[in-house]
Design a binder for this molecule. Structure first.
Ligand code: TRP
Length: 341
């Protein structure tokens, strides 16, 4: 795995225990290989380095672009299985649902007082989500969820947030909220840093970014047969010689990149090893590479799936820990604001 080093990465290496990571996902469906190479792998790496890890299942945040979160219990169970299968270890990671932590949500009120309406309206990620929303109206939650996300991060005094580029505006909001709170009421919160994931955007089976809504994603929970079928139907082109050239040959190059990531090899090398054997040979290579890569995760997932009780226990104990910490932080906030009666 290639991880470019940065000053922040060096600081994490030197003192992993100085960092508390908070990151997470909206429970909207199964996680796929794009999530794995984009973020999950990085979380497992940070966990192994010894940082304190909090993973939020942001169930309220599902309601930003739809009226009702359908089949939430089922989706959250699946997400927990995906996390555990990918290597998050409940002994080292606190996994919790933010709707289960009342004191976290209460932080939203003072935090909203710290940002202006124009600041909320300027958020580029929110603007983009409004443009792609399936709703005809924009809810108040859509504009305010980045502040809620600040509460997600600050309730446990998370100071390191590994995210993709699209989440960076929300980290900025969080930093603003933390700074302004501290200036107004006294030092309570750290000013967290975003840790940008260095993974390339993973193309799906049609050469465009892998995404569940595009139907081009390979779920971590997919069976080997489903995986083979998806890859068989992938977009390629008429040129028999396989090369890695993302700009000119997005379909073929996406498949090459997928195999390269799973094999931990250079994509040009993978392409050269297939040479002029054509798209069918490429697809065979990709299918084998993906299925072999996912085999241990599927195995772990199946074991956990047989024991739903213990998976839910992971969440219950994560929620208990998150609640204890959130209660403590809310007390500090009340003391700082003079609202302890
Ligand atoms: N907005 C994130 C996403 O859509 C999910 C999320 C909610 C999150 N709260 C967070 C991520 C706090 C990092 C930190 O994927």
């Amino acid at each position: 795995m290639t991880i470019t080093t940065s000053p922040l990465e060096d600081r994490i290496d030197a003192a992993p225990h100085d960092f508390r990571v908070l990151t997470g996902d909206r429970p909207t469906g199964p996680l796929h290989l794009g999530h794995y190479f984009g973020t999950l792998r990085n979380r497992v790496r940070l966990q192994q380095r010894g940082v304190d890890m909090f993973v939020i299942v942001a169930d309220y945040q599902v309601l930003t672009d739809r009226d009702v979160a359908e089949r939430l219990r089922e989706t959250v169970d699946g997400l927990l299985l995906d996390y555990l299968a990918a290597g998050l270890d409940p002994d080292h990671a606190t996994i919790f649902t933010h709707s289960s932590v009342p004191a976290l949500n209460q932080l939203l009120l003072p935090f909203l007082s710290l940002v202006s309406v124009p600041e909320l309206q300027r958020n580029p990620t929110v603007k983009d989500e409004i443009a792609h929303s399936r709703q005809s109206t924009v809810s108040g939650l859509m504009f305010t969820y980045p502040v809620h996300q600040a509460a997600d991060i600050l309730f446990c005094k998370g100071n390191l947030v590994p995210v993709g580029q699209d989440q960076m505006p929300h980290i900025e909001v969080t930093r603003t909220v933390a700074r302004r709170f501290n200036e107004r009421y006294g030092p309570v919160f750290p000013v967290p840093e975003g840790l940008l994931s260095v993974a390339p955007v993973l193309p799906g089976t049609d050469g465009r970014k892998m995404s569940k809504s595009r139907g081009n994603a390979i779920a971590l929970s997919a069976t080997p047969d489903e995986t083979a079928r998806l890859i068989k139907g992938a977009t390629t082109d008429a040129d028999r010689t396989i090369t890695y050239d993302p700009d000119r040959r997005p379909g073929v190059s996406g498949l090459v990149q997928l195999a390269a990531l799973c094999l931990d090899r250079d994509p040009h090398e993978v392409a050269a090893s297939i040479g002029d054997a054509g798209a069918a040979a490429l697809k065979r290579t990709v299918t084998e590479a993906v299925n072999e890569f996912l085999a241990p995760m599927r195995q772990r997932r199946a074991e956990y799936a047989n024991d739903v009780g213990s998976v839910r226990e992971v969440l219950r104990s994560g929620n208990a820990r998150a609640n204890a910490i959130a209660d403590q932080t809310l007390q500090e906030v009340r003391a700082a604001m003079g609202t302890t009666y």
